[in-house]
Design a binder for this molecule. Sequence first.
Ligand SMILES: Cc1cc2nc3c(=O)[nH]c(=O)nc-3n(C[C@H](O)[C@H](O)[C@H](O)COP(=O)(O)OP(=O)(O)OC[C@H]3O[C@@H](n4cnc5c(N)ncnc54)[C@H](O)[C@@H]3O)c2cc1C
Ligand code: SF4
Length: 570
Amino acid sequence: MGWVSRMGWVSCMGEPTGFMEHGRELPRRRPVPVRVRDWREVYEPFDEASTRTQGARCMDCGIPFCHDGCPLGNLIPEWNDLVYRGDWEEAGERLHATNNFPEMTGRLCPAPCEAACVLGISTDPVTIERIELEVAERAWSEGWVTPKVAAVATGKRVAVVGSGPSGLACAQQLARAGHAVTVLERAERPGGLLRYGIPEFKMEKHVLDRRLAQLRAEGVELVCATAVGMAPPPAHGGGEGSEPGEPGRPVEGGRSVRPGEGGRSVEPGRSVRSVRSGEGGRPVEPGELRGIGAACASDVRSVSARDLLRNYDALVLATGATVPRDLVVPGRELAGVHFALEYLKPANLVQEGAIERSPIDAHGRHVVIVGGGDTGADCLGTAHRQGAASVVQLEILPEPPRVRSADHPWPVWPVILRTSAAHEEGGTRRWSVSPSSFVDDGTGRVGALRGTEVRQSVEGGRTIFEPVDGGEIELPCDLVLLAMGFVGTELRGAVAELELALDARGNVAVGPDWSTSAEGVFACGDAARGQSLVVWAIAEGRSAAAAVDRWLMGESGLPAPLAPGQAVLR
Ligand SMILES: Cc1cc2nc3c(=O)[nH]c(=O)nc-3n(C[C@H](O)[C@H](O)[C@H](O)COP(=O)(O)OP(=O)(O)OC[C@H]3O[C@@H](n4cnc5c(N)ncnc54)[C@H](O)[C@@H]3O)c2cc1C
Ligand code: SF4
């Protein structure tokens, strides 16, 4: 059977009835009692035959709605079919044509493409994400992923601030276009939330390091422990919020060192700790001393954004949306109440061998996580691996339905109950609960969380939560993790120094060409979009790279999958 596909090539969809003959299948997760004893990824391998069978389920739709679900514009039916036929190398080519880091989205993406898959109208959608991962890993293991060094250097220099997926995708695209790219990152090591937010059991860090080696081989310079912007970047608790006397306390008397502390500014390019000595009196390298629980390395240098603008032809801000939403209730200041990232970062530092034990360890603790989303689930899985005595996860919203409701018809992203691997490992989820205070245990540490059950309603277009009569609760706990999302990018640092305009939601405002209000300065990723997903960060990084390339050269051959603010199916 053969016909001319929408791509204009003869398509021979290998198994035209595959979607009727094969059910959806995914690899098994490792048994819970085994996997909570280690930090390795939770899925067992998926064999080649199973992956090819799953590829056969793709209908090669005339209108592939899966494309509309994905901001990257992934060529999904093409690689599904190539996998079915066993042409893994070509499938890898097509995967990389639209995505710089498919091995990451293949592990981390909530897969809006699958929510939009046409097969999902009547049965289970194609396992697009798993096929993506298998193709990506095959490409790595066969040695097909190699550095793509630009043939011609343009002589232009670009500085990218922030090394999360958006900054890295942008940097890689610009380097491939021939520009000299430097990525500046204030944390100890590059990767943004891929390294210090997302736990190992979702993505082991060698996956990130392997890709970083490719970027370096392509000429991207990665400079860490360097904060851009004259004002001090906030650490969001961390050192200060750490618990007195607990093991693994941060350096410098329990405080993470930040540039310009106490309001003083730091000279550009100068390390605030460059004079301190390490073991045996040797000088400490920037980034060697870890900013445990803090957003930046303890030994961070400060670099002026204006200086960067003088030394580079363009500046891209990919600084993320790192300001966490706080819970302003009585007792918030008690020891043992932390933002999620104050907890997740040191847990990741333990895994990379930088510290022996986290200063905020859940071992033996009764943990309450406030926030029922993915960040909360990452705290949950981490707490179980650390040996928590109990974990309760609270969510103010009511429990979502298990299947699509009429409000979320195919192909939009459905609000349904999602049970991640971490939820399978234990803990209790409670819905429609709003915390009202934290109770002191008599020593200055949290001893309980008080709250109330709430009822959600909509009044005048606004969602409100009313307490339910008799719904008061008190949960004994000695560790509380606030995972209620992020309100946006930090307004100090580079944003303040460059006096950048913000949009109505407080993100860095960008025009249609990703340019900010400052000449030669561009922004992408969570810094411009607000809290989002890895796949959006990559898509924005790629699109911003094309805009920067055009701005520098007058034209660009780089792909631009997105316009700023563009949404896919909702
Ligand atoms: C705990 C957690 C788990 C998540 N899990 C998932 C998931 O499973 N799947 C998914 O799709 N999405 C997930 N997300 C969301 C996803 O990680 C983000 O949307 C994505 O990382 C945003 O990429 P980014 O490059 O814009 O910003 P980030 O990854 O936040 O990177 C920004 C970087 O900029 C650096 N920076 C900031 N200011 C400065 C400065 N002044 N100077 C120098 N450097 C600076 C920061 O240190 C950081 O490294 C998760 C988020 C969190 C918090
Ligand atoms: S919508 Fe689903 S079945 Fe159709 S082409 Fe995309 S992955 Fe295949």
